[in-house]
Design a protein around this ligand. Structure first.
Ligand SMILES: Cc1cc2nc3c(=O)[nH]c(=O)nc-3n(C[C@H](O)[C@H](O)[C@H](O)COP(=O)(O)OP(=O)(O)OC[C@H]3O[C@@H](n4cnc5c(N)ncnc54)[C@H](O)[C@@H]3O)c2cc1C
Length: 596
């Protein structure tokens, strides 16, 4: 069950699709060119392949456990986390001012994929710590930054995100935890938070909880929610740790997957109130939390790509090994490894093309994020921010739904052995399922795509992206190859279907919201499929050019074949999805609730 980081694929995307040469011209990223990317990725692969990946299976068999308020993580996790922190990996993308390495997301996202392929349960701890760091950088006071940031960036302490309560999941307006102001400017927090990832564990000295709660007397709904820092251990003026704060883990969950990642119920304020510090201003908590959530949503999308890659590698290994049945074309006189059967190849190609497509989309989104924050030209920053914002629900929603299809195919390739836990393919399938649920379910991502990202501007932003896709179509049309011509037709049909759906959503979102939202998840799947297919079409153009020059021909030809497969087998789903959304909206809501 070993894992080998797909560095060549990652570097191809970083160089040719995300255009690291352009990223490294932006202020602050001068040292972050292709060579840096390669060196960082190689080091990252070394730690993850050698230390963190071997603990993945162990975590499934021997999950985190809870006794008397104490959570003990899987044997080996604590030491692996120490190595991760000492290697500076927690600070990879964070500002140099707080001890980070200040690298662009274009490189950081690929490292995130490697870590998550190695061990998704383990990776959740750094993932949530990243979110806490982002929230503090964006909205924390100088004092909070001084106390918490360096320790979080170094991995000495870890962070959590406390949104969910029993009655408040997708709907955060229902948050009830309360915060009482204290004379010294701090607050006391009371309430119960559920499903808190790494809410308690033994891998770091302190845990910094970022908590949503309502200040006494605050307005109802989302406008009355504030964000607080609640440390597990109080921090003394000199930075040393003081008393235990009044936040306690009362249990952890038994789960379908990501078993090594402790999912905690946290009780705040049973002994007089948990000391809390306001982040930013009162009643603006949800706004700040969205900063964290956007970072975390992108990162969860990368988790989908990561688990798909791991499942693909495992399935390829098995398909080359398992001997069963003679090939239908008579090319072998005896039973052959199952990879010789066209349907097994179809499954492997679906896994490979879906994973590569989503990776390419995520890589381009990361570069847009970097440009949105670092480009010297304000107009370019604005355009990239809009592009990134559009892509976030797709990276999250589409890549994670894709990971379910891919990990399911991974089990299928293994036949009966896939269903047997010892094989390991089932773990990826079980682990992947959480990805379409946390950080906002696929439906919540789709609501964001329909409401904020499409209907709000009448579809203008979505159509600006369609115009960019047309440019790639024009490039494809100029090529002589049969592959480019075939991909061109599929891309054009998919882009036209996308524009039809954008028009439908924009026309119906206000006047007939049930019709627009009936197609919200199909629209998300359609748009994600298109964005991934578009990036693979771009990769085909690059690969054809480089292959013609004799550069790494076998690799480039595989890129071309994969892009062609994606266009014919996956992108070709888009026009059908368009029909379901535009023609089938009424059928979704027609049945009376009594008839269910
Ligand atoms: C393992 C695990 C780890 C987690 N980690 C964290 C964490 O670290 N911090 C944290 O705060 N939370 C965490 N969560 C909570 C997670 O984010 C929520 O479970 C998730 O947001 C869904 O909320 P819910 O479970 O209440 O489902 P519900 O909101 O009850 O949703 C049930 C169903 O209804 C649908 N639905 C709900 N509202 C709408 C709508 N408006 N439109 C369309 N469909 C809708 C959903 O899509 C879903 O299919 C974690 C959960 C798990 C299981």
């Amino acid at each position: 069950m070993s894992y080998t980081a797909p560095l060549k694929d990652m570097l191809f995307d970083i160089e040719h699709l995300a255009r690291i040469d352009q990223v490294s011209q932006m202020p602050g990223f001068e040292d972050a060119g292709l060579e840096t990317a390669q060196a960082v990725l190689e080091e990252c692969a070394k730690l993850n392949e050698g230390v963190i990946a071997p603990l993945n299976w162990e975590g499934d068999k021997n999950p985190s456990s809870f006794k008397d308020g104490v959570v003990t993580t899987t044997p080996g996790f604590k030491d692996a986390f120490r190595q991760y922190a000492e290697g500076g990996w927690q600070g990879l993308q964070h500002p140099v001012d707080f001890g980070g390495q200040g690298l662009p997301k274009t490189i950081g996202a690929a490292c995130g994929e490697i870590l998550n392929s190695a061990n998704m349960s383990f990776a959740l701890c750094p993932l949530l710590t990243d979110g806490a760091i982002e929230a503090l950088i964006t909205a924390g006071s100088d004092e909070l930054k001084a106390i918490y940031l360096e320790k979080l960036v170094s991995g000495q302490w870890t962070g959590t995100m406390n949104l969910t309560e029993p009655q408040a999941g997708s709907d955060l307006a229902a948050v009830r935890s309360r915060a009482e102001p204290q004379p010294d400017g701090s607050y006391k927090v009371f309430g119960t938070k559920i499903f808190i990832t790494y809410g308690e564990h033994d891998m770091a000295e302190n845990i910094v909880h970022l908590v949503l709660a309502r200040v006494t007397g605050a307005p109802e709904g989302v406008k009355g929610i504030s964000l607080f820092v609640v440390p597990k251990f109080m921090v003394n003026k000199d930075g040393t740790l003081g008393d235990r704060n009044d936040v306690h883990c009362v249990s952890i969950e038994h789960k379908m997957g990501i078993k090594a990642s402790p999912t905690a119920v946290l009780q705040y304020g049973d002994h007089g109130g948990a000391t809390a510090y306001l982040v930013g201003q009162e009643n603006r908590g949800l706004e700040y939390m969205f900063i964290m959530m956007n970072a975390a949503r992108y990162a969860v999308g990368v988790q989908g790509i990561a688990i798909a890659e791991r499942a693909y590698q495992k399935a390829v290994g098995y398909a080359k090994d398992r001997v069963q049945s003679r090939p239908v074309d008579g090319s072998m006189s005896a039973a052959a490894p199952i990879i010789h059967h066209p349907d097994v190849k179809r499954m492997l190609m679906t896994m490979r093309a879906s994973t590569e497509g989503c990776r390419a989309m995520a890589s381009v989104a990361a570069a847009a994020y970097d440009a949105a924050h670092h480009h010297p030209d304000a107009e370019v920053r604005k355009q990239n921010a809009a592009f990134y914002e559009f892509l976030v629900p797709l990276v999250k929603g589409y890549s994670t739904e894709m990971s379910l299809e891919v990990t399911s195919l991974g089990v299928q390739v293994h036949g009966g052995m896939g269903f047997i836990e010892e094989t390991g393919a089932a773990q990826y399938y079980r682990d992947a399922k959480i990805l379409t649920i946390y950080e906002g379910t696929t439906a919540i991502q789709a609501n964001d795509l329909v409401g904020r990202k499409t209907a709000r501007d009448g579809g203008t932003g979505a159509k600006a992206i369609a115009a960019q896709i047309e440019k790639t179509e024009a490039e494809l049309a100029k090529q002589d190859s049969a592959n480019a011509k075939a991909v061109h037709l599929r891309l054009k049909a998919a882009r036209e279907a996308f524009v039809d759906v954008v028009d439908f959503i924009a026309a119906n979102a206000r006047s007939n919201p049930n019709a627009a939202f009936a197609g919200s998840v199909p629209y998300l799947m359609l748009a994600g499929n298109l964005m991934a297919g578009w990036q693979l079409a771009r990769s085909l153009l690059v690969a054809e050019e480089l292959s013609a020059k004799g550069q790494d021909v076998a690799f480039m030809q595989a890129k071309i074949t994969t892009a062609r497969f994606y266009a014919d087998h996956i992108l070709s789903r888009v026009p059908g999805t368009r029909d379901a959304i535009v023609d089938g909206a009424d059928a979704v809501t027609a049945l009376a609730i009594e008839s269910f």
